[in-house]
Design a protein around this ligand. Structure first.
Ligand SMILES: CC(C)(COP(=O)(O)OP(=O)(O)OC[C@H]1O[C@@H](n2cnc3c(N)ncnc32)[C@H](O)[C@@H]1OP(=O)(O)O)[C@@H](O)C(=O)NCCC(=O)NCCS
Length: 232
C-alpha cells in the first residue's frame, strides 16, 4: 500500500461521505479559521484575523515535513435543468489534525516549541480540531486513528500529545483511544481573549502517550478504502 498517498474513505451517511486526506494548499485558510474558532474562543475581528494569519503561516511552514490531515465531507449537488444538468461536488472541511515528526521537531524550524516536546524524539500529535457542528459524530476518533496509522507507517512505536486537564471532551476521547498520562505541567499558560489586550491564564497540561501496536494498526487499516491524495 502506498502510504504517501494514503486517504481514508468512511461512509457516515450515503449522502455525506467523510474523507480523510492530506492537507492541500487550498485547505490552509479553512483550517486556519477552524483552529482559530476551536482554540482562540470569542475575540474581536482584528484579533481573529491576526490569529488566522499566524495559523495559516504556521501550516504552510509545517506541511511539507509533517503529516497534516483534513477530514472533509463531500456534498453532491445537481445544477441546471432538463438535459443540461450537471452534478458537481463540493468539499466541506469538518476536521483537522497534525503529526509533528521527530525529524522536524529536531530541526531549527521547531526552535519555538518547548524542549519537553522536542526532546521526546517521538511523533507529537497537535491541533486536533473538529468543526463545532460536526462534533460527537466520530470524526475526532477517525482522525486520531488515521494519524496513528501514519505514525506507525513511519516506523514509530509511540505517539505523544498534550491536553489541558480541563478539556473533558478531548480527555475522554484520548482515554477511549488508549492514551495514558505520563506527565503533568501545572505551570502552563495560555492566552485568553484578544491577541493584543488579552490575558495569560495558568492551565494544567497533561502529557499523554500511546504505544502503537503495529499489528493492530495494520489490521484496522484493512477496514478502510485507500484512495489517492493530492497537495495542490
Ligand atoms: C475534542 C474534540 C476533538 C472531539 O472531537 P469529536 O469529533 O467530537 O469526538 P468523537 O465524536 O470522535 O468522540 C469520541 C469520544 O470522545 C468523547 N467526547 C467527545 N466529545 C465529548 C463531549 N462534548 N463531552 C464528553 N465527552 C466527549 C466521548 O467519549 C466520545 O465517545 P462517545 O461518542 O461514545 O460518547 C472536539 O470536541 C473539538 O474539536 N474540540 C475543540 C478543540 C480541542 O479541544 N481539541 C483537542 C486539543 S488537545
Amino acid at each position: 500500500m502506498n502510504w504517501a498517498s494514503h486517504v481514508l474513505l468512511l461512509a457516515l451517511t450515503p449522502q455525506q461521505p467523510l474523507r480523510i486526506r492530506d492537507l492541500a494548499r487550498h485547505d490552509i485558510l479553512p483550517v486556519a479559521k477552524l483552529l482559530q474558532s476551536s482554540f482562540a474562543g470569542k475575540t474581536n475581528p482584528l484579533s481573529a484575523a491576526l490569529i488566522i494569519a499566524e495559523n495559516a503561516l504556521g501550516l504552510t511552514e509545517r506541511m511539507s515535513d509533517n503529516v497534516l490531515l483534513v477530514a472533509v465531507r463531500t456534498i453532491y449537488d445537481e445544477r441546471g435543468a432538463g438535459g443540461n444538468q450537471t452534478q458537481i461536488y463540493n468539499e466541506q472541511l469538518v476536521g483537522f489534525v497534525e503529526l509533528l515528526t521527530p525529524e522536524w521537531l529536531a530541526s531549527d524550524e521547531a526552535l519555538g516549541y518547548p524542549d519537553r516536546v522536542r526532546d521526546l524524539k517521538q511523533p507529537f500529535i497537535f491541533s486536533l480540531a473538529i468543526d463545532v457542528d460536526a462534533r460527537k459524530t466520530g470524526i475526532g476518533s477517525a482522525l486520531m486513528r488515521a494519524v496513528e496509522r501514519r505514525a506507525a507507517t513511519l516506523g514509530s512505536t509511540c505517539v505523544n500529545l498534550e491536553v489541558e486537564e480541563a478539556n473533558k471532551p478531548a480527555l475522554d476521547l484520548y482515554s477511549k483511544l488508549g492514551y495514558k498520562e505520563v506527565g503533568r505541567d501545572e505551570k502552563g499558560r495560555k492566552l485568553v481573549g484578544d491577541i493584543l489586550f488579552g490575558r495569560s491564564e495558568r492551565v494544567t497540561k497533561l502529557s499523554l502517550e500511546k504505544r502503537l501496536d503495529q499489528d493492530s494498526v495494520a489490521e484496522e487499516e484493512g477496514q478502510f478504502s485507500d484512495v489517492s491524495s493530492r497537495r495542490d
